[in-house]
Design a protein. Structure first.
Length: 289
């Protein structure tokens, strides 16, 4: 209890309220203690005057096309960043270098085109990453999440992805939920390993009924389980053109090696026979003498 008889909790609330009145807040945004909310304010640029102790920043449903790495780095305590439904795209490499404490990041409904190792490599504490609904997202490098080992929830649904390398997901030992639905998956022999990983992993796939092949035409709209069975029969039992070329080269090399070995053996036999005959003739001459 305080000397006035009031509970300490009430005094603390009062002090925090006094402090928050003196804290600057970005124009058209609302600010509470440790939270800045700028949802749906038609912002064209990253807001200025964000309190440096902000833990939660919500920029959803605006027209922001660029996240300045320097301004973001001032928010060193940021753990929650919601940038869904903006115009972010092109190069995000090193954008999040100064917000290493970030746990939650939502970049869905933007114009992302690719994810490289440098995009999220500094977010060592990241647990939730949503990059779904980016129709121009066509490539995720196989080591893109190598540093995000705490990631548990990843959503790449409804993008332009056609392929994911199995090692990309194997770099995430804590992954528990992976959104893959409504993408343009190209179910060829190269994708078979990833489909097999999906079947054998402990990861949950929400909206699994909509994780289907887009190409080739013979597998379109086929669920991954059914696609795996067909790919197993076609990829593991049938040879491609390059396989026949390889086998022909191997056969020719074996034939050439066998022919060369036989020729060398024949030469050795002739030399040995000649040497043996010469030796016998010399012995006969010595006996005659």
């Amino acid at each position: 209890m305080s000397p006035s008889g009031r509970p300490w909790s009430l005094s603390l609330v009062f002090l925090l309220g006094m402090a928050s009145e003196g804290i600057s807040c970005p124009s058209r945004c609302s600010c509470q203690y440790l939270e800045v909310n700028c949802t749906g304010q038609q912002l064209q640029e990253f807001p200025v005057d964000i309190p440096l102790d902000t833990r939660q920043l919500i920029l959803a449903a605006n027209n922001v096309s660029y996240l300045p790495a320097v301004e973001l780095s001032f928010l060193a305590d940021l753990v929650y960043l919601d940038c869904r439904k903006n115009l972010l795209g092109d190069d995000l490499d090193f954008t999040f270098i100064g917000v290493a404490k970030l746990v939650y990041l939502d970049l869905s409904f933007n114009n992302l085109t690719q994810v490289t190792f440098s995009t999220f490599s500094h977010l060592l504490s990241l647990v939730v990453l949503k990059i779904s609904d980016n129709p121009n997202l066509v490539a995720i490098e196989k080591d893109a999440f190598a540093n995000n080992t705490w990631l548990r929830h990843l959503d790449v649904s409804r993008t332009g992805l056609t392929f994911l390398d199995t090692s990309t997901m194997q770099d995430l030992p804590n992954l528990r939920l992976l959104g893959l639905s409504d993408n343009l998956w190209h179910c060829n022999c190269s994708f078979l390993d990833f489909i097999t990983w999906m079947k054998e992993s402990d990861v949950h796939f929400p909206d699994a009924d909509n994780i289907t092949c887009y190409s080739p035409a013979g597998l379109r709209a086929l669920r991954m389980a059914a696609a795996e069975a067909q790919l197993h029969s076609s990829c593991l039992t049938q040879l491609q053109k390059q396989d026949y070329v390889f086998l022909c080269l191997v056969g020719f090399c074996i034939f050439l090696a066998g022919t060369t070995a036989a020729w060398l053996a024949g030469v050795c036999a002739v030399v040995y026979e000649a040497h043996a005959s010469k030796g016998e003739e010399e012995e006969e001459e010595e006996d005659t003498a």
